[in-house]
Structure formats: structure tokens, C-alpha cells
Ligand binder design. Structure first.
Ligand SMILES: *Cc1c(COP(=O)(O)O)cnc(C)c1O
Length: 365
């Protein structure tokens, strides 16, 4: 039995309804900032319980433009985590600011107790990542941010439709940043991103920043970027967003099944699941004894396990100039040695989940 990590084949098995809308687009020629972009922004803001949303080219752009819109750049420091996808840090660096890492907690997210130690006179913002679709400890982070007058920008790229006390990810910070990459919660046929905010001022700045810094066709207020969300991708996103609750619930159901079955193994450690937190399981990650051997065993059994992510960012070549060293973030460094990602996507059948558990049992026996 094959258990794949990707679900794109199943998800877009019947693309005809999307093709129909794209045909209309091709006839109208409304390829850039067409009406579907604004319609998707409206629906996405509603989903995230924010007033506004602004479609951009990628999730990376969403973070970078947020920083630029909030005047975070040269000479500023931004606090984030070393265990994230490269883009989080890439956006900080390309916006001109310096990333400052804070170690993870047992929930794999930023440890709020370590944030204050990392704050300096230059700190402008905290950029928590809702890793694996689990919201970071936002109430604690808000307290610290308020005390030190810092901005919060959420990297919610993995966390569409997740929530704390029913309040959605992307609605806590001054902006929330989302990716529409093919393997994210709402996915398009290429690249896309979107930013949520409750500030009209920030929204208007983002409208400008994504569109060459233009105030209107003939007036440029600021040299910026061309990173709009394509109308074509917005059409795809409008089809997918209809299913978002089904997608989320299915993943939660699959994660519950794994949690129940895998908690029977002493060799597997499942992170604590806070009751007031709605995780969307962008990836299902647990700690496992003899991780490398288990990983290889699962691959041999045609189960596409993964490791998110094997090398933390402070130890990447690109981070050399930041002068971090091995041992600086012990929790993260310990986690990367034992974490494993199991396929948990919305198109898996019960039999496939059972097969994964059966193989893990076989491995540890
Ligand atoms: C996917 C992702 C991004 C970047 O999104 P892209 O659309 O690929 O640019 C940023 N941060 C995190 C945590 C992500 O998972």
C-alpha cells in the first residue's frame, strides 16, 4: 500500500469547474488584479475574522511586504525562531532587518519565556511562526509585545483556519501572513500569498507595495515590488476556499486517530494538545525513538514520511554572518534529531492510516 505525502492528484481530480472559470478569464483578459482577486480577499478576510486581506505573489512576499509596510528594515531586529521554513528568515533579511532567533518550546513553537532576553533597543517586531499548523502561544506574546512596544507579525503560512479560543490565526498580529503554495491549506496552481490585517492604513500601504508602489496608474509613491496575486490563481483559490472547513476537519480527524493509536507506543512522544487551541495539522509531527531507522523503514514500506526540518536555520550556511553556533538553541537542536512527519492529509483513507500505524508497530516490535 502506498501512503503519499502529497494530495494534489486526488484534490484536483475533477478540474473542469475551475477550467470553466479560467476560460472566462482568458476571454476577458482581466489577468492582473481582476475581480476574483478582490472577491478572494473578501472571503479570506472573513475566514480569518479580519477586516481586510491583500493578495500577493507568495507567502514569502506576504511576510516581506508586511515588514516593509510597517517600516521594519535596516538597523532593526526581528525576533523569530530557528525552526521554520527558510522564507520566514529570508523575508526578514531581504527587508533589510536582522533576524534574532529564540528557541522553541515543547509545542515546537517559540518559547515566550525566552523572548524578553532577546529584546534589545533595536528590536522592532516579533514574528512568531504557527509551525505545523499549531498556533504559537499568542496571549503570552501579546503581553510581551505590549510591554516593549513591539509589532507582532504572524507567519501563519502553515496555519490557515487554526485558532486559539476560536479566534483565528492571522487575526492577532498587525498582519497575518499566509501562503497559497500547492502544499498549503488553501492551495493554488503555482504560487500565491495573502496578508490579513484590521488596519485600513496597512491595507492601503500593502495595495501600493504589491503593485510597483503605485498610487494610481501614473503616480509612483515608493519604489517597491511587483508581487500581485494573479487573477488566475485567485480563481483556483475561490474554488478551494469553499472546502476549507472540510479540509481542516478531515486533517484533525486523521491526527486524532494517530494520536490515539501512537500514544500506545512508549517510543513515540506526542506533543501536548492544548484544549483551547485548534490545530490544523499542516503537518503531523511527533518525536520518535530511533528516528532515522524508523524514517527509512517507513520509506521502504512506501509511506512517504518527512522531516520538517532537518537543519535549523541558525546552522545554515546562509546564517553564518549572524554568528550563531551549535548549542545556541538546545531545544530546537534536540527536536530536529527526533521529529518525524507522517502523512495526514485530507484525502487519506482509514486503511492507509491503519497501515502507517501497523508499520510503526512492526518497527518497534
Ligand atoms: C510555506 C511557508 C512560507 C513561504 O510561503 P511561499 O508561498 O512558499 O513563499 C513561509 N513560512 C512558512 C512557515 C511556510 O511554511
Amino acid at each position: 500500500m502506498k501512503v503519499k505525502f502529497s494530495y494534489l492528484e486526488e484534490q484536483f481530480k475533477n478540474p473542469e469547474p475551475i477550467f470553466k472559470d479560467i476560460k472566462k478569464l482568458v476571454k476577458s483578459g482581466d489577468f492582473t488584479l481582476g475581480k476574483e482577486v478582490f472577491e478572494f480577499e473578501k472571503q479570506f478576510a472573513k475566514l480569518c475574522q479580519t477586516k481586510y486581506a491583500v493578495g500577493v505573489g507568495t507567502g514569502t512576499d506576504a511576510i516581506r511586504l508586511s515588514l516593509i509596510a510597517l517600516n521594519v528594515g535596516s538597523g532593526d531586529e526581528v525576533i523569530t525562531v530557528p525552526n521554520t521554513f527558510y522564507s520566514t528568515v529570508e523575508a526578514i533579511v531581504t527587508a533589510g532587518a536582522k533576524p534574532v532567533f529564540v528557541d522553541a518550546d515543547d509545542d515546537y513553537n517559540i518559547n515566550p519565556n525566552l523572548i524578553e532576553k532577546a529584546i534589545t533597543k533595536k528590536t522592532k517586531a516579533i514574528l512568531p511562526v504557527h509551525l505545523y499548523g499549531c498556533p504559537a502561544k499568542i496571549p503570552e506574546i501579546i503581553k510581551i509585545a505590549n510591554k516593549h512596544n513591539l509589532l507582532i507579525i504572524e507567519d501563519a503560512c502553515q496555519a490557515i483556519n487554526s485558532a486559539i479560543n476560536k479566534k483565528k490565526a492571522g487575526s492577532f498580529g498587525i498582519t497575518g501572513c499566509f501562503s497559497l503554495h500547492p502544499l498549503k491549506g488553501i492551495n493554488v496552481w503555482g504560487d500565491g500569498g495573502i496578508i490579513t490585517t484590521n488596519s485600513q492604513e496597512v491595507r492601503d500601504k500593502l495595495y501600493m507595495l504589491r503593485n510597483n508602489g503605485l498610487k494610481n496608474r501614473d503616480e509612483c509613491a515608493i519604489y517597491s515590488y511587483n508581487c500581485r496575486l494573479d487573477t488566475l490563481q485567485a480563481i483556483v483559490a475561490l474554488h478551494v476556499i469553499k472546502d476549507i472547513d472540510w479540509i481542516t476537519n478531515k486533517r484533525i480527524e486523521n491526527a486524532k486517530f494517530y494520536d490515539e493509536e501512537l500514544s500506545k507506543f512508549s517510543q513515540i512522544l506526542i506533543p501536548e494538545r492544548a484544549r483551547n487551541v485548534k490545530q490544523v495539522y499542516h503537518t503531523y509531527v511527533v518525536k520518535a525513538e530511533n528516528r532515522d531507522e524508523l524514517y527509512n523503514f517507513l520509506l521502504k514500506s512506501e509511506i512517504e514520511a518527512k522531516i520538517h526540518y532537518p537543519v535549523p536555520l541558525h546552522l545554515q550556511e546562509a546564517s553564518k554572518y549572524l554568528n550563531y553556533k551549535k548549542g545556541d538553541f538546545p531545544k530546537t537542536e534536540e527536536q530536529v534529531k527526533s521529529i518525524i512527519t507522517l502523512p495526514a492529509h485530507q484525502h487519506l483513507k482509514k486503511g492507509q492510516l491503519e497501515y502507517v500505524v501497523k508499520k510503526i508497530k512492526e518497527f518497534y516490535k
